[in-house]
Design a binder for this molecule. Structure first.
Ligand code: FPP
Length: 254
């Protein structure tokens, strides 16, 4: 395969890439293996993509590692996934530290097993001073739940009188989300041929370019990421403006 990296325009990279890592189970089944084997191999892809994003200078990478709906999977698989998460973070935290990666977690943190909470908290503390790639793991995450929690916080502020309903704007709302301090993703990648958002970052993806690939997550490596970036760079981001306005750089009402 030709190396696509030289074709990537480093001056037009997304600041934030979000990924739905799908297809681990199918990848394993196609090889006559247990689904969990696919998750193990998926971790190798995680390492490669984190590495690639760090090298490129992408500022934020959000990975959908465990959805709130994933709790409904067979207990053995849930347990294996939690164990894999804990072991991977334990094993990788030194490298994350060395590579200037700062770890964050979004989602229903309190619903995670205690050992997982402890490992994540420690890793977040150990990498807290890092200034390179922000690696955001979505764990027990549901966008609808995140939006409901934001609505609750806002209602509480309104009831207690610190916020007037008329002052609720996008900035106020955005600050009540788990992603309060992050920019919105400009690119969302989903692997394994499923063309859905599946309750992932519903508010934040409003203007994101969506990239779907049939490649299963365990096969998604650096060159696949570069391919997605090249596709992204070929698109024109209009934000509701006309093509003419973008080409002539016309700013409305200016
Ligand atoms: C989707 O494949 C994948 C998951 C639900 C888990 C993804 C998690 C990892 C790759 C491990 C994460 C580790 C770190 C450190 C971030 P699927 O099981 O839904 O596959 P299928 O659609 O083929 O069944």
């Amino acid at each position: 395969m030709m190396d696509l990296l030289p074709q990537v325009d480093r001056s037009r990279l997304p600041r934030h890439i979000a990924i739905i890592m799908d297809g681990n189970g199918r990848w394993a089944r196609e090889r006559g293996e247990d689904r969990v084997y696919g998750h193990y191999e998926g971790v190798v892809s995680v390492r490669e993509i984190v590495d690639a994003c760090g090298e490129l200078g992408v500022e934020y990478l959000t990975l959908y590692a465990f959805s709130a709906e994933n709790w409904n999977r067979p207990k053995a698989e849930v347990d294996a996934l939690m164990e894999l998460l804990v072991n991977t973070i334990r094993k990788e935290v030194d490298d994350l530290k060395k590579n200037n990666v700062k770890l964050h977690v979004i989602g229903d943190f309190a619903s995670l097993p205690e050992v997982c909470q402890k490992e994540m908290t420690e890793a977040m503390q150990l990498t807290g001073m890092n200034t390179g790639l922000n690696l955001v793991l979505a764990l027990s995450y549901s966008a609808r739940q995140e939006l409901l929690m934001a609505a609750r916080k806002i209602a509480e502020m309104a009831v207690s009188g610190v916020l007037a309903p008329a002052d609720i704007d996008e900035t106020v709302f955005q600050r009540c989300l788990d992603t309060a301090t992050f920019p919105d993703p400009e690119l969302m990648i989903r692997t394994s041929g499923e063309n859905r958002i599946s309750n992932f970052l519903l508010y934040q993806l409003a203007y994101a370019e969506l990239y779907f690939t049939p490649v299963h997550w365990p096969d998604f490596r650096k060159q696949n990421l570069y391919e997605a970036l090249l596709d992204y760079q070929r698109r024109e981001r209009r934000f509701g403006k006309t093509s003419e306005q973008i080409q002539k750089n016309i700013i409305p009402d200016a």
